[in-house]
Design a protein around this ligand. Sequence first.
Ligand SMILES: [Zn+2]
Ligand SMILES: [Zn+2]
Length: 283
Amino acid sequence: MSLITDTCSPRTMNIQTYSQEVVNLHTHSFYCGHGTGQVSEYAQAAIEQGLEVVGFTEHCPVPDSRWARTRMSYEQMSQYEEDIRQVQQQEKLAVFTAYECDYLPQYQSYYKELKENVDYLICAIHDLSFDSNREYSVFWNTLTKEDLGLYTDLYCKALQSGLFLFGAHPDVFAYNYHTWDEEAKACSKAIIECAVSEGVALEINANGLRKRKVKTAEGERYAYPLLPFWQLAGEYPLKVVTNSDAHKPVEIRADQDKTFALAEQVGLSFVSYSLQDGQIQLV
Ligand SMILES: [Zn+2]
Ligand SMILES: [Zn+2]
């Protein structure tokens, strides 16, 4: 009898669970400079397309203006967060304030403080330069084996930082590293094993499906998700999520069918989310 009472306590009744089908936690906007559309337009599109939970994860500026070509200015952050507050009172949609953070160890305390004031953070590695005046984007350069090693090292440091709900597009290196060779295998294995040991989820990202296809010796493939990466992941007890990584309102739920098909093909199943007292977590 007491068990039944516990189950019905107000505390546990507040928990809601959402499957990946109705959630998109990786969303951009005009703020980053390479996306289009207002926050309100994304929220509207989310409702129209049947989503129940949306998280805005604009590329996070840092105080020294590093990576300025691909993100809003530091001064715009409060307006971005205010725009999200304006769409948070929707009956049909839970809306979260978040950032996608490129990780470098010197920003650990900055991101930690930021995390206290938003709903969650996600990590990614888009740039491989340590010089704050020089950008070396994985999208703009052919990656060498050394670049791939550096990418992996930074990605694992991010996963180990304890700051992030999930790691975004861990296989984004495949956009400009076109061979599935020993380095690619070793680096993929290192990232996957790090995510498993840290208990952080990795993301099958649909935005790579919308980029130009890559020509390899084995034929054409998507820029990312990279099939062999996820086949390898299928051998581990890895937590996996999927997101649109929308940069236009119309993309808010785009290509979900394809990422679900990929997960099924490699034997991965997606985790769900729980929402309790305004906090979103993986379950
Ligand atoms: Zn972006
Ligand atoms: Zn993104």
